[in-house]
Design a protein around this ligand. Structure first.
Ligand code: CP
Ligand code: NVA
Length: 308
């Protein structure tokens, strides 16, 4: 049995198998052909943080695969009143076929997985957001980006950047990260990514200058400067990230047909200008829709590997 907690736990071949499944199931879904890959299966969805995309895409996704999703907010289940993660895991995993969790510390999802009888999917932790990055990879492919040169501008020490580092280093493409001083990526994640890059041929570079990373890129991306759980740091972060907005001036340095991606929710006027957001709304909302398709690929793959 495999859990989907971080991209580092899978080979490139395995990740591509999930993407291929996602593409196949997306085609079937678009043709209104709903194949019951996970008939009568139940997905428990535990949320300790807010969500729009993750909740809707997993719930609709499992339903379209022939199963059913259970939305379990920590405000409503005993986990929120202090029942230990390991007890929650031992109870819920006896009743459902798969679990998705959105939580804070990555160690919490690792603990859940350790005690779970069924596959666990990371729906975002403070450290990683792997289902989003599988979605972003699918979106780049569909946008005709065969050799990505990705420029990430913004917060380096967050779940999106860390998962970008792992995606690039697994798949072997170029990723350039630009962050303000003091907001660089976690050195431990960088070390893992650089090690993986030796094998895949990925090029990973880091800079404090957003212009330097965007110059010649064919994908530009960013994320909120204030992630969930960092609300108390909002003012100091907005000040620290001054100059890191993806606006027309910055985007003009990228390749002419470069796409802009954002996992959403976006904060216009902070990490991205209104103008750039609206100009690239097609790729941004294709990316949002692809959460549904990419995650079906991941769920079906995990289900197929349950007894291996
Ligand atoms: N991108 C993303 O995970 O969105 P939600 O927080 O709305 O789930
Ligand atoms: N880095 C953001 C991603 C939201 C999908 C957060 O953790 O809030």
């Amino acid at each position: 049995m495999r859990h989907f907690l971080s991209l580092k736990d899978f080979t490139k071949t395995e990740l591509l198998e999930m993407i291929t499944l996602a593409q196949k199931i997306k085609k079937e879904t678009k043709a209104k052909e709903f194949v019951p890959y996970m008939e009568k299966q139940t997905l428990g969805m535990i949320f300790e943080k807010s969500s729009t995309r993750t909740r809707v895409s997993f719930e609709v996704g499992i339903y379209q695969l022939g199963g059913v999703g259970l939305f379990l907010s920590s405000n409503d289940i005993q986990l929120g009143r202090g029942e230990p993660m390991k007890d929650t895991a031992r109870v819920i995993s006896r009743m459902v076929d798969m679990v998705m969790i959105r939580t804070f510390e990555h160690t919490k999802i690792e603990e859940f997985a350790e005690y779970s009888k069924v596959p666990v999917i990371n729906g975002l932790t403070d450290s990683y957001h792997p289902v989003q990055l599988m979605t972003d990879y699918l979106t780049m492919l569909e946008s005709g980006i065969e050799n990505p040169i990705v420029a990430y501008v913004g917060d380096g020490k967050n779940n999106m950047t860390h998962s970008w580092l792992l995606l690039a280093s697994k798949m072997g493409f170029e990723l350039r990260v630009s962050t303000p001083k003091g907001y660089e990526c976690d050195p431990k994640v960088v070390e893992i990514a650089l090690e993986l890059a030796k094998e895949s041929g990925a090029i990973l570079t880091f800079s404090h200058d957003p212009k330097e990373v965007v110059e010649g890129a064919n994908v530009v991306t960013t994320d909120t400067w204030v992630s969930m759980g960092q609300e108390d740091e909002k003012e100091e972060r907005i000040e620290a990230f001054n100059g890191y907005i993806v606006d027309e001036k910055l985007m003009n340095l990228a390749q002419k047909d470069a796409i802009f991606l954002h996992c959403l929710p976006a904060y216009r006027g902070l990490e991205v200008s209104e103008e750039i957001f609206e100009k690239h709304s097609e790729s941004i909302f294709l990316e949002a829709e692809n959460r549904l398709h990419a995650q079906k690929g991941i769920m079906v793959w995990l289900n197929q590997h349950k007894n291996k």
